[in-house]
Design a protein around this ligand. Sequence first.
Ligand SMILES: Nc1ncnc2c1ncn2[C@@H]1O[C@H](COP(=O)(O)OP(=O)(O)O)[C@@H](O)[C@H]1O
Ligand SMILES: [Mg+2]
Length: 393
Amino acid sequence: MVEDIIDEIIQSRLKKRSRIFKSKEILHPDYIPETLPHRENEIRKLAEIIVVALRGERPSNVLIYGLTGTGKTAVAKYVTKKIAEKASMLNAKFLYAYVNTRKTDTTYRVLASIARTTGLRIPPTGIAISEVYRRYIQALDKWGGLHVVVLDEIDYYVRKGGDDLLYKLVRINEDLEKARVAIIGITNDINFVENLDPRVKSSLGEEEIVFPPYNAEQLRDILKQRAEKAFVEGVISDDVIAYCAGLAAREHGDARRALDLLRIAGEIAEREGASKITVEHVKKASIELELGRIYQAVTTLPLHAKLVLRAVIDLVKKKGSGTTGEVYSWYVKTAENYGYEPLTQRRISEILTELDMIGLINAVVVSRGRYGKTKIVKIPAEMIEVLDSAVSI
Ligand SMILES: Nc1ncnc2c1ncn2[C@@H]1O[C@H](COP(=O)(O)OP(=O)(O)O)[C@@H](O)[C@H]1O
Ligand SMILES: [Mg+2]
């Protein structure tokens, strides 16, 4: 009986306890630990801004920025949650909304998701944005408290949808009589801040908090705290944790990457049936992550960049390297083979520079004496096969 087989599999799988992980969710990027080491200053700054809400004042809007994995999301969630708990003990009217605009990316959905946290029912479609806004304002004033709205990764939304909604939200208090709204905007992209409409920038950035990258020692503490809860005792040593922290520190101190390394190293150890996680497992994890990244970078390239990459791979496989002139003629052939009109040599040379910057190819300028300069294009040997399988046109 099929059911029996399934039952048996479920039974045996569920009975089998992991020798490596005690609780893998602890290493998940969305998990917020009870304490956030080395973010005391940032927590204090944000809490001092928001806490005036408990006295019935409107907190300043805050703009938070810093590179990925510096703890911005974790700190914002941590502080808003703690203050909401305090507020409920004190019977203060305080609510917060958290929206990640990379995941919730239309004006309607962002606004609806903010409005719903006040208890409003907003249908997924079917009413005008201005109507959602009107109902939100009405509900806020009827309630009369303070609404903190966290807009995470706002650069994604603004790049796609423009800054109209932000403009409206930072001035929303003009439309409110009793209630107040404070905005916490978060971004990884510092250029985004520079390019904001100056009026939005000045209202959103009433206060600014910059999150610096973590160094290797700080990452080690962060990993240690998570590892203690995530792994079975004795599975991971301080040395291995320090090694992970060191690798991630070289990558601009990204705690998410450090945690990913640790989790994947654990998974590899588990797959190999090992009883401990070793430096070798971390090295393998690092390669696995890197391959994933290359795959991601290649599959999201625009069409002609993929065609150029295809041409470079074929050329390098045949001859080891090539000049920009050679790349161009291989590219023209490749494009025509796939039935596309080739772009100009100048455009291709720009694409080569971009591919070089992403790190998918190496382009070195060499002098050819009185013939001027040219670029020699190569691909690191260990990357050829990965790229070859990743480029699909
Ligand atoms: N100080 C810290 N202590 C413990 N975990 C942290 C700390 N900073 C970041 N993390 C963890 O690292 C990961 C990435 O942090 P996150 O807040 O998402 O970064 P950002 O939003 O800046 O990209 C999350 O899993 C988070 O829990
Ligand atoms: Mg984040």
